[in-house]
Design a binder for this molecule. Structure first.
Ligand code: ADE
Ligand code: ZN
Length: 336
């Protein structure tokens, strides 16, 4: 018997992934039919054809509109299952999945339908998909911070199985400081803290997320390269940055992959992982993003292993779980 070929991809974690952003056009149409919702496109191919974005807001408009098809606990379960099925093919071994509770509450979808639909699938994700998972509730920075605090209290009161909180949606004009109370409450009850910052907004949003929100991780954060002192600080502190290079190109935050600051961030000694953000919208799941980055920057096997290791190091897993995954990455690096 010959030994199986070593996998061409390292085992990895995905830390920056919006569950609602995993909605494939085919599933959107299936759920639309199930729920009697009319999508303003004749078929899935036409919907996918509309995925051409000028900026973050033009994406958020379509992303939010498509959520109309998500109504029941079963819908959220189907969405979660579809993502995990695809992620398993990408060698994702651990996923930290963000969802946007406010996006559903404003549409009259009960919080329990959202949380129970997702959590019911995540409970079995290690057994069913070979993927450990953690759930993060993100708040919309372009909504009233008081509403975020109210939703956080509801999540806590109902025992929602969240490990942490995040901050997403439109960035420019909504500085992190607005959400100090929400993050202080999250910290007080022992929740982990991440925040989108420096995606379209300035480097000061990254600094404020760290200093005012006590964020432990930064989502995107590509504006960091505009502030050398901040680069030095986050490198020294090994603050994890969950970078999404294909998303940044598709939302025109950077003109082309070749001009993405990822190599500069790595070169500076930052703890950077590569992630997908909203895969079908940007035409790339995390394995596709890995391939694109590997090709664009000519990454070696060691560099790919280092990125995979950073994905586990930047996770909210306990240290012993991180160590176990790092052993697997090292085995891949060594060609085992
Ligand atoms: N929600 C989903 N994707 C997002 C992104 N790239 N930035 C901010 N909010 C988001
Ligand atoms: Zn994101």
């Amino acid at each position: 018997m010959t030994a199986p070929a070593p996998s061409s991809r390292p085992p990895r974690a995905e830390l920056h992934l919006h569950l609602e952003g995993t909605l494939e056009p085919d599933l959107a149409f299936e759920l639309a039919a199930r729920n009697g919702v009319r999508l303003p496109y004749p078929d899935p191919a036409s919907l996918r054809g509309a995925y051409d974005f000028q900026d973050l807001q033009s994406f958020l408009d379509l992303y939010t509109a498509n959520m109309a098809v998500l109504r029941s606990e079963a819908d959220f379960a189907d969405l979660t299952r579809a993502y995990l099925t695809r992620a398993a093919r990408a060698e994702v071994r651990h996923a930290e999945i963000t969802f946007d509770p406010q996006a559903h509450l404003v549409r009259g979808v009960p919080l329990a339908a959202v949380v129970d639909g997702i959590a019911g699938v995540l409970e079995r994700s290690e057994t069913d998909f070979g993927i450990s998972t953690l759930l993060i509730a993100a708040f919309h920075r372009d909504r009233d911070p008081a509403d975020a605090l109210d939703v956080l209290e509801r999540l806590l009161a109902t025992g929602a199985p969240i490990v942490g909180v995040g901050l997403d949606n439109a960035e420019v004009g909504y500085p992190p400081g607005l959400f100090q109370d929400v993050y202080a409450r999250a910290e007080k009850v022992g929740l982990r803290r991440t925040a989108h910052a420096g995606e379209e907004g300035p480097a000061s949003n990254i600094r404020d997320a760290l200093d005012l929100l006590h964020a432990e991780r930064i989502d995107h954060g590509i504006a960091v390269v505009q502030d050398p002192a901040l680069v030095a600080r986050v490198a020294a502190e090994q603050v994890p940055f969950t970078v999404c290079p294909v998303s940044n190109v598709r939302l025109r935050a950077v003109p082309a992959l070749a001009e993405h600051p990822l190599p500069a961030m790595i070169e500076a000694g930052m703890l950077v992982s590569v992630n997908s953000d909203d895969p079908p919208y940007f035409g790339a799941y995390v394995d596709d993003v890995d391939d694109a980055v590997t090709a664009a920057f000519g990454l070696t096997r060691d560099q790919r292993a280092a990125l995979a290791a950073a994905s586990f190091r930047g996770s909210f897993l306990p240290p012993e779980r991180v160590a176990a995954y790092l052993t697997e990455v090292e085995a891949w690096r060594a060609g085992a």
